[in-house]
Design a protein around this ligand. Structure first.
Ligand SMILES: Nc1nc2c(ncn2[C@@H]2O[C@H](COP(=O)(O)OP(=O)(O)O[C@H]3O[C@H](CO)[C@@H](O)[C@H](O)[C@@H]3O)[C@@H](O)[C@H]2O)c(=O)[nH]1
Ligand SMILES: [Mg+2]
Length: 267
């Protein structure tokens, strides 16, 4: 049977999460969808036993494989590599660490039948970020999301849980896509030739962002800097270089206003 659905998982040192993710994902799909699906881990030479873990699952009959990159690193570029190698016409990307519920993947694929791009969103009534998520991550996440507001109408462009129809990726020159950093969904939302009507272009599936129980987060200062560089490039792409100065002034005023308010709150 030909593959219709591909799930891409960027993974770095995620051995302990590979088995639960694979078994929960295929169980959540059910036998009919599972027959038409593949799961691809894109690993950056973790050398932690991830390859053996995936091989064992493949021997048990799961349609899963692992691509090991030895000359490249990074979440966004790993996702793109998986997307280009995927056989399905419907692609979903999710994290390995189970912060994205594997049981919600069929809902993303369902939404992709009617939309070019679908985002798993944490900003919908009744769902959200797990209450145990640390305050500093909430602040970083909200600020990053606010700064992306002018670039897309999507409610959660910071989400790493998203999907798209492959034909839209094939209609875009790979050289035009910035593959640095973590925010590949935002990049694709801004650059892919999606339908003009936002209702046809973007679907949203609410999900609750869980807490990692195995392994460690790879978010670092470098990733935050890469995000700011990406934002700058996307602002220029969308609004032109001149308007970048206006946005710079706007965000500076907002930043100093925020600091001022915080100062008065604390002292
Ligand atoms: N191949 C590869 N995978 C990577 C790399 N860095 C991170 N990953 C993988 O990318 C996924 C997300 O990495 P985390 O380190 O768990 O990210 P996070 O801080 O929890 O950030 C998440 O939340 C954001 C929303 O606030 C998401 O935008 C982001 O994609 C990610 O899901 C995990 O599966 C991790 O193994 C890398 O350099 N190479
Ligand atoms: Mg994580």
């Amino acid at each position: 049977m030909s593959i219709e659905y591909s799930v891409i998982v960027p993974a770095y040192r995620e051995k302990l999460n590979i088995k639960p993710l694979t078994t929960r994902l295929f169980a959540g799909m059910g036998p009919e969808m599972a027959k038409k699906s593949e799961l691809i881990f894109v690993d950056d030479n973790s050398q932690d036993g991830s390859v053996e873990e995936v091989d064992a699952l493949a021997h048990q009959g799961y349609n899963v494989r692992i691509i090991v990159r030895t000359t490249e690193r990074g979440l966004s570029s790993a996702v793109l590599r998986g997307f280009y190698e995927a056989k399905g016409q419907y692609l979903v990307c999710m994290d390995a660490d189970l912060q994205h519920p594997p049981e919600s993947v069929p809902d993303l694929f369902k939404s992709l039948r009617d939309h070019a791009f679908t985002l798993g969103t944490r900003y919908a009534p009744g769902v959200g970020i797990d209450k145990d998520w640390p305050l500093y991550r909430r602040v970083i996440s909200s600020t990053a999301r606010m700064m992306a507001r002018p670039l897309t109408v999507a409610s959660d462009p910071m989400s790493g849980f998203f999907g798209l129809q492959k034909k839209y990726l094939e209609n875009c020159n790979p050289k035009d896509i910035n593959s640095q950093g973590f925010k590949i969904a935002l990049e694709l939302l801004a650059k892919l030739p999606l339908p003009r009507d936002p209702r046809a272009a973007i679907g949203e599936v609410p999900f609750t962002f869980g807490v990692r129980t195995e392994g460690e987060s790879k978010l670092s200062g470098k990733v935050i800097i890469q995000y700011l560089q990406q934002l700058k490039e996307l602002y220029v792409f969308k609004f032109g270089a001149n308007n970048l100065i206006l946005f710079g002034a706007f965000w500076s005023i907002l930043f100093f206003y925020g600091c001022y308010q915080l100062y008065h709150l604390v002292f």
